[in-house]
Structure formats: C-alpha cells, structure tokens
Design a protein around this ligand. Structure first.
Ligand SMILES: Cc1cc2nc3c(=O)[nH]c(=O)nc-3n(C[C@H](O)[C@H](O)[C@H](O)COP(=O)(O)O)c2cc1C
Length: 349
C-alpha cells in the first residue's frame, strides 16, 4: 500500500487509518494474526479486566443479527448490509498474566507488519485498572486502549464494567491511569450520552492521548411471535445506521477541541468509504469491529484497498480528509432560505 494512507495518532504513525476494533473475533491470537495480515494499521485486542463477573458474562454471551424489518437473519457474510447487530458480550477468560504475555508477543509480530497490537482494558475497579495499565506499560507495549464506556454497566453484574457518563469522574479515571504510565492511552467513551464532547474534553484533560468514540447503545428488540425480548434482555446494539451519530460526535468534538487532538472513530463503519466518512467528520483513524466479526477478516483488507482507491481517485492523502466535512458544517440559520421547499416532501394525494 501507499504512503497516501498514512495517519498519526499523537506520537504514533499508522501506515493506514483502518484499525481492527475489539470483539470476540480478536480473542484468539491466530485471529489477531489474520487481522494483521489484512494490512490494517493496528489491531485492538479483545479486552480484559479483573472482574470475575465480567468473565463469567462471556459464558452467557449471545449474538444475533436482524434485517431492516427486525427479522433475525443468519449470522455470517451473507447477512444484509443494512443489519443491526445485537449482543450480550463479556471479557476474556484467560488470566491477566497470560493475556499480557500474548499481547506482548502479538505486538512484536505487529511491528513486523509495520502495525500495532493494542491491548484493551475495560475498567471495573479503578485501582486494579491502574495496576494492570502499569504492567502493560512495563511489558513494553506501545499503546493501551482504556474503555470506560461499555454499553453494559447497567445490565451486567454490579462492578463488572464501567459506563461512565460523568465528565469529572471520566477525568479522574483517565488521570489515574494515564498518570501511572508512559505509553499513550486511547480512551474509549460511551455514545449513550448527550455529553460526548464533554467526556472527550475530560479525557484529554486527564492525560488521554486519543479518544475512541463512541461506544454502542443499548436497545430492546421485542419478538412479535414469542412476545419476549430478543435474547432475553436489553442488548448492545449497532450497525450501519450508527455512522451518522458517530460522525456527529466526531464533528462536535473537533469543533470543541480543535484539529490537533486525535479522535478515533468507531461504531457503524463497514467499508473503506465509511472510514473516509468518519475521517471527513474528524477521525484520525477508524476502528471496525462488529462488521468484521459478522462478515470476516476480508472486510478489513477490502476497507484498506477501497480507501486507497478513493484517495487515489481524489488525488488526496488520508490526512487531507481529516475534518473536512466537520469544518464545513454550518448552523441551520446560516443556510439559505428555500421558501416552500418543505411542501415537496409531504405525501401527494
Ligand atoms: C460481540 C462484541 C464484543 C465486543 N467486545 C468488546 C471488547 O472486548 N472491548 C471493547 O472495547 N469493545 C468491545 N466491543 C465494542 C466494539 O469494539 C465497538 O466499539 C462496537 O461494536 C461499535 O463499533 P462497530 O460498529 O465497528 O462494531 C464489542 C462489540 C461486540 C459486538
């Protein structure tokens, strides 16, 4: 691939902005290797934490995909493009020491691909998260993703995971972890808030090097035959439809913090053009998770190639895209008056 794809996240140079985001398909080291072979700039490994409840949750995990009429579809590459992915997930079940050893080995392999393997910790108990982050740093890993915004805190057992909505608490958590390590900390935030830009600002003020935004929403999908909730409860939901929400939060965060704070888009990207869309909204790089888990690792290689083709066609580099659409956003009031335009959009008799 070409230099036009290069991007930076703070002090880290990525050969391209496509990042494999964490979910179950990145739990097995061989799958991480498959992700690295697709040519992505980085792979974020399936998260861990110290909570036994969060690990046990993985044994209760269930996954489903729905079409645009809320009918359950078959899991796999033939699922409709306009799919909603609904899940209850959990944490890696292996002991922390083994997880860390694996991460170190995978990052060494990633280096040979001119890429990064980034370990991810989901905060349960903050002191334990700080301790784990220190060990990750001491082990020589080159970046850490710190997730303080999983969708599940209200649904999982108490203390298993964190969904942080309060900017001052987010600041304190990030400061505790980032203050204890020298490696860059990418802070992953919830999207279930009207205060995403405040959470982003708090994360950078706390010492985060980048912000990954924003996590999935919770949703309930009633089944009209059984009259029960699909998979028994409220679920983490996502899909292509979340892309505009991610782009909106990216744009507002860029407007708030300026162009130099690295934002990483996540939630709703399925293709190279979706990566371009999130970059136009202000992302320096973009993670893709559930589309890969659903459809396979070629989603990543296709995305890298499609982005390269798009940039070649426009004679632009990836960096040229960052924030272009975000910076062109105008207020409603500054857009031209269109008279009775609205009348063209109501049903005709
Ligand atoms: C089954 C499943 C498991 C996930 N596990 C993790 C995880 O371990 N750590 C994490 O930070 N995010 C996890 N996520 C969230 C994804 O990384 C991502 O934020 C979310 O799915 C939205 O992005 P997407 O539209 O690219 O899937 C998981 C998502 C799914 C669907």
């Amino acid at each position: 691939m070409t230099a036009r794809l290069e991007t930076t996240i703070g002090s880290l140079r990525l050969k391209n902005p496509v990042i494999a985001g964490p979910a179950e398909h990145l739990a097995d080291p061989d799958n991480v290797r498959r992700a690295l072979r697709t040519g992505v700039g980085a792979v974020v490994l399936k998260s861990t934490n110290e909570s036994e409840a969060a690990r046990e949750q993985l044994e209760r995990a269930e996954y489903a995909v729905f079409d645009a009429q809320w009918r359950m579809a078959e899991w796999g590459p033939d699922a409709p493009f306009a799919a909603t992915i609904a899940t209850r997930s959990g944490m890696m079940r292996i002991p922390f020491e083994q997880w860390l050893e694996q991460a170190v080995a995978l990052d060494r392999e990633a280096k040979a691909h001119d890429a990064y393997a980034v370990p991810s910790i989901i905060v349960a108990d903050l002191d334990r998260a700080v301790e784990m982050a220190r060990l990750v740093d001491q082990a020589g890993l080159r970046a850490l993703e710190l997730n303080i915004g999983t969708p599940y805190a209200t649904e999982a057992r108490k203390g298993a995971v964190t969904t942080e909505f309060d900017p001052s608490r987010a600041h304190a958590m990030v400061a505790a972890v980032a203050g204890a390590v020298s490696l860059p900390v990418w802070v992953k935030l919830t999207g279930q808030s009207e205060r995403v830009p405040d959470l982003v600002a708090a994360s950078f003020e706390g010492g985060g090097s980048a912000v990954v935004m924003a996590g999935r929403l919770l949703g309930l999908i009633p089944d009209v035959e059984t009259m029960q909730p699909a998979l028994g409860t409220s679920l983490g939901i996502g899909g292509f439809w979340n892309l505009p929400l991610t782009c909106h939060w990216l744009a507002l965060s860029r407007a708030r913090l300026g162009p130099d704070k690295p934002l990483i888009g996540i939630n709703g990207a399925q293709s190279g053009l979706d990566v371009a869309r999130m970059m136009l909204a202000g992302a320096h790089a973009v993670e893709m998770a559930s589309a890969v888990m659903l459809r396979g690792f070629n989603v990543l290689s296709d995305a890298v190639k499609a982005l390269d083709r798009y940039l070649a066609g426009k004679a632009l580099t990836a960096k040229d895209l960052i924030g272009r659409a975000a910076d062109a956003r105008r207020t409603f009031a500054s857009l031209p008056a269109l008279g009775e335009n609205w009348k063209r959009y109501v049903p005709k008799h």
